[in-house]
Design a protein. Structure first.
Length: 425
């Protein structure tokens, strides 16, 4: 099997797509969605406009503009994607309209727009519903994953109890809150939650549209972040705490019951972070030493010592069970953004962060879970000055719907580009 580059966006112009959990290619693989920016060297401000369009990439490298938005960031773009279940007639994205963050569903031919009452985070594959968080509050604590332009200072508090997750029916536009931050803070509470800044993020819906996964996170007294990984039905019922080690990063549904993500399993060292006084009086003074041994996995990878301290690796979780299995922890030693082919869920694509020990290169990795081996690995360049900043460009690899193509965002040639790779067996 070979990863072969078959398209890249035009030279010296800046294009990207965004996050890794959605496809930039339509169902026929003929249209490649893209966002076009006028700059790459700073964070977006409230009046910065992002152009939205697509490439008929098999026939032309001309960008066909459809619309634009003021609700975007470098990590997730404007949550642009093809809208299900057709995946070729409509697009969905976020925008700021009349001083509100909203969802726009637009027909690419007629330009007819359907506006939903909140900015969405993830959409069901059948297009029947979306799930949302409060971006007006998220911007205060997760600026790299939120939008500028609305400053509601009433929401700038450590714990806003009626923050949470909302469900919107895309046809009726009915909106219902299904998770509250109050519920999360009261669910098996830990002493390190006290006086911490709480939020939820990284929502992803299961392939069968019945459950979704998300993280409840809070900033602890040691200056770090404690992360809990949950699954729950799309109506908010059957909440299940999948991982409570405190260490969790990126993940993806492999199928309707399995999730693969980068994180740590519970161990005696991680468990100490659950207790506020231990964190405050013991862990915080030792934090530089702790980070020396457990931190930096996203760049340098795990050593035997760092794996013992942090417990970090890719993990296969089985929903609503305690079953957890480390995935190739001696091969996949770096945090990345995993996702799975819809045609063969043994094939996982992921990436790594810019590595200062390797000329700031990033890796694109195709991995076979069944065989537990790397099928293909490519290295791409990154701009050194951007590597540790908010304007960093993660590869965020994503599959086409038929598993024949992989698309990435990259700074490989010194400007933001989208590359399309074909998978050849």
């Amino acid at each position: 099997m070979i990863i072969n580059k078959v398209f890249e966006t035009p030279k010296n112009e800046n294009y990207f797509f965004g996050y890794y959990d959605k496809s930039s290619l339509d169902i026929s693989n003929n249209k490649l969605l893209a966002c076009k920016s006028k700059f790459i060297d700073r964070m977006p401000e409230s009046e910065d406009i992002l152009e939205i369009g697509y490439f008929d990439w098999k026939n032309s490298n001309k960008f066909i503009k459809l619309t634009e938005t003021k609700a975007w960031n470098w990590q997730q773009g404007c949550m642009l994607q093809w809208f299900g279940k057709d995946y070729n007639k409509k697009i969905i994205y976020n925008d700021r309209i009349d001083n509100k963050f909203l969802t726009v569903i637009m027909d690419i031919d007629t330009k007819e727009r359907n506006i939903l009452p909140m900015a969405y985070y993830t959409a069901s594959s059948d297009g029947n519903f979306v799930l949302c968080i409060d971006n007006e509050r998220h911007c205060f604590y997760r600026g790299g994953y939120s939008y500028k332009g609305i400053k509601n200072l009433d929401k700038k508090v450590p714990l806003l109890e009626d923050d949470g997750i909302w469900y919107i029916d895309t046809k009726s536009k009915d909106i219902k809150q299904i998770i509250t931050l109050k519920k999360m803070a009261n669910y098996k509470p830990l002493s390190n939650m006290k006086d911490a800044v709480h939020y939820v993020e990284h929502l992803m819906i299961s392939p069968d549209n019945k459950r979704f996964i998300f993280m409840h996170r809070w900033q602890t007294a040691d200056g770090g972040v404690y992360s809990r990984l949950y699954t729950v039905n799309v109506d908010g019922s059957e909440l299940y705490l999948l991982n409570d080690s405190g260490r969790m990063s990126h993940y993806s549904w492999r199928n309707d019951t399995q999730i693969v993500g980068w994180g740590g399993l519970s161990n005696p060292i991680n468990s100490l972070r659950k207790y506020k006084n231990i964190v405050k009086f013991f862990i915080k003074p030792l934090m530089p030493l702790y980070k020396k041994f457990s931190g930096g996995n996203s760049v340098d990878g795990n050593t035997k010592l760092s794996a013992m301290v942090s417990g970090d690796s890719y993990i296969i979780f089985t929903d609503k069970t305690n079953k957890k299995e480390r995935l190739a922890s001696n091969i996949l030693i770096k945090d990345g953004h995993p996702s799975f082919s819809k045609i063969d869920n043994n094939l996982m694509i992921t990436d790594t962060y810019p590595n200062p020990n390797d000329e700031f290169k990033e890796e694109l990795i195709l991995f076979d879970i069944n065989k537990k081996n790397i099928v293909e690995k490519l290295k791409l360049n990154h701009i050194k000055e951007f590597a540790s900043s908010g304007v960093r460009c993660d590869l965020h690899p994503k599959w086409s719907h038929d598993g024949k193509y992989i698309c990435i965002d990259t700074l490989d040639k010194g400007y933001r580009s989208i590359y399309v790779y074909q998978i050849k067996k």
